[in-house]
Design a protein around this ligand. Structure first.
Ligand code: GCB
Length: 617
């Protein structure tokens, strides 16, 4: 009865959050056709394709609109735009790295390609799915606008109305605009490159009229995991959500466990609740994933899901009831040696190869949701993940529309990744300046996150406070988060690294305490004495002092760290001509792909911690 009540309660809470959400999750496990490849482009800094000469928005049939193409022109026709193979760009990909003309470009670029209708049944529906477009996207098909989306790092999709799709040469046009604005998320000021473009996969997803749009299938977080392990009996709970009200039977299968559960649907969602036996839990050393099939009306979605429980108990983070120390590293979504955004499974594999080499067991995907290959591959490799929305520094906390935008990005992030066992921490932002309005804004996001998903921890990267000569962790947002995370740069932004020897630390919160950033810059290959800024020796010294502080003089509730950062990354804020040249140099690996000296300091610390953890088992 109690369980039933809690499910009903959960479903009631879910309703408003799903209000206008049409995101289709797990497109990898559905019937889909890739639209990646070469697209045409027009650079349009004046937005001539969107506005007429009076700066009025062009109407749908306007011949001057860049979504319209005059396919059979008369020689007397006046035509002032067009797409040509000479102007081609790769999708997915940021535009900045593809041609020098784009390096610093911020504005509108039109993308265009043709595609043929894929094989599909009469009564099936096609949806255009975009993994991410930075930042604002307007999508047009055969001259009709399908919709608009804002937010540079989360997926979205539009249903193609019946009758619009032709057998051949469908004209797909996307207006992409990466201009920064004060009322957007992130706002105008960040410490990363504003890579523009269709940066992630594009697909046509084919579904029946009624289909399972989203689902959450996980271990019931209420059960006592130790008892479950002992009895080898687990409760699996969650829900399925349909794209529209439907009636019929949905089936969940986990073939390896011999499970097949039928769920009667009448309405737009249904609760999941069943028992599993002889199951291996997902852990970092044994990242067991089960094939899970979700079917409705003969249509099947295939996923791979790991089952685990993550929780906070006192000062500790527990994974399946065992204390875990997070040996993390922060990552931007970039392949530094190629000066571009990462966007593929191979890119994710490259980044994780470095992570594993470091002896890390966790990554902080900063400062925005990374492409879906990152959490998916982390699931297979047993790497724990922190993922974050780009509520970064001083956004417009006063503005309710900005809160809406943050909530939309949060929802898209959680919806996409809630079935990934690797994801253990949702972060609602980074280094937001303390004020009452800020705390209201941020704590609303924390509560929203918990309401959407109670199977993980929620955090935010905070800044150091000071109290009577001590570094004091007291940001009021810490009241709301499950773990208290802090960015500190002692020895880089203040003093020299040996300041760590005398620094005193205190946290107000009796919760796990996590260092979400610490780091120093070094130009790869630049060697000098350790007092010389930007030398590898300075960075190495910084890490030595920090590690010593963590080991010997840090609060007892210290549960891990994700130093800043795996590789050098592009940033327009970093303009020292000799040492930086547009790169934030805090990478442990340089933009040349070479490990810097500090890499080995952290690698050795993590080896020690790893061995300790293994021994303690
Ligand atoms: C920070 C920010 C991060 C910056 C880093 C730095 O605290 O969270 O985005 O890149 O410092 O290098 O200054």
């Amino acid at each position: 009865m109690r369980r039933l009540l809690s499910i009903l309660f959960m479903l009631a809470l879910m309703q408003p959050l799903f209000a206008q959400d049409n995101l289709i999750i797990n497109t990898q496990g559905r019937n889909a056709v890739s639209l990646n490849g070469d697209w045409h482009y027009i650079i349009d800094p004046y937005e001539t394709g969107f506005y007429n000469y009076r700066y009025g928005e062009r109407n749908e049939n306007d011949g001057g609109a860049y979504w319209n193409i005059n396919e059979n022109p008369e020689k007397s026709d006046l035509i002032e735009h067009g797409y040509s193979d000479e102007y081609s760009i790769e999708v997915p990909g940021d535009w900045n790295s593809q041609d020098r003309v784009f390096l610093y470009y911020e504005g509108t670029v039109w993308y265009q390609r043709y595609f043929d209708k894929p094989a599909m049944a009469e009564d099936e529906v096609a949806h255009l799915y975009f993994g991410a477009i930075n930042y604002e996207a307007h999508v047009y098909l055969n001259g009709k606008k399908l919709g608009m989306h804002k937010g540079g790092f989360t997926p979205f999709n539009f249903e193609i109305p019946s009758g619009l799709l032709k057998a051949k040469d469908n004209n797909l046009v996307v207006k992409v605009d990466n201009k920064r604005h004060p009322e957007e998320i992130p706002t105008v000021n960040t410490d990363w490159w504003n890579f523009g473009g269709i940066t992630r996969d594009v697909k046509l997803v084919i579904t029946p009229q009624q289909f399972v749009q989203q689902y959450h299938i996980q271990l019931d977080q209420q059960q006592d995991i130790k008892a479950a392990l002992e009895n080898d009996s687990y409760q699996i709970t969650g829900w399925l959500k349909m794209n529209k009200s439907a009636s019929g039977n949905a089936i969940i299968e986990i073939p390896e466990l011999g499970l097949e559960e039928a769920l009667a649907i009448s309405g737009d969602s249904v609760a999941v609740n069943f028992e599993a036996e002889n199951m291996e839990l997902w852990t970092t050393s044994n990242p067991k994933l089960y094939e899970v099939k979700v079917s409705f009306d003969g249509h099947t979605i295939i996923d791979k899901i790991g089952f685990r429980k993550v929780e906070v108990q006192g000062d500790d983070i527990l994974l399946n009831g065992e204390k875990v120390f997070l040996r993390g590293i922060s990552i931007h979504e970039e392949i530094a040696p190629e000066m571009r955004r990462a966007n593929s499974r191979d890119d994710a594999a490259q980044l994780y190869e470095w992570v594993e080499d470091l002896n890390a067991n966790m990554v902080r995907l900063a400062h925005y949701p990374h492409n879906e290959y990152m959490p998916r591959l982390a699931d297979s490799l047993g790497i724990l993940v922190w993922t974050e929305i780009p509520v970064y520094w001083t956004i417009d906390f006063e503005n309710p529309e900005v809160l809406d935008k943050a909530q939309a990005q949060l929802k898209e992030m959680v919806s996409r990744d809630r079935n990934r066992a690797s994801v253990i921490i949702w972060s609602v932002g980074n280094e937001t300046p303390v004020s009452e309005t800020r705390t209201d804004f941020m704590s609303t996001l924390v509560k929203d996150t918990k309401r959407m998903d109670d199977t993980r921890l929620v955090s935010a990267a905070l800044e150091v406070g000071y109290n009577e000569g001590k570094n004091y962790v007291d940001d009021p947002l810490g009241e709301y988060t499950d773990i208290v995370s802090l960015n500190e740069y002692l020895g880089w932004y203040g003093g020299l690294p040996d300041a760590c020897r005398t620094a005193q630390w205190e946290t107000k919160y009796d919760k796990p305490f996590f260092i979400s950033e610490t780091g120093a810059g070094a130009q790869p290959g630049f060697h000098a004495d350790k007092l010389t800024r930007f030398s590898e020796e300075y960075q190495e010294w910084y890490y030595e002092e920090q590690v010593d502080m963590f080991k010997n003089r840090f609060p007892d509730n210290f549960t891990g760290l994700s130093p800043w950062i795996l590789t050098d990354f592009r940033s327009p804020r970093r303009n020292h001509p000799e040492y930086q040249d547009g790169w934030n140099r805090k990478g442990l690996i340089g933009n040349n792909g070479e490990k810097k000296k500090a890499f080995y300091v952290l690698q050795a610390y993590y080896k020690e911690l790893k061995e300790q953890q293994e021994k303690a088992r």
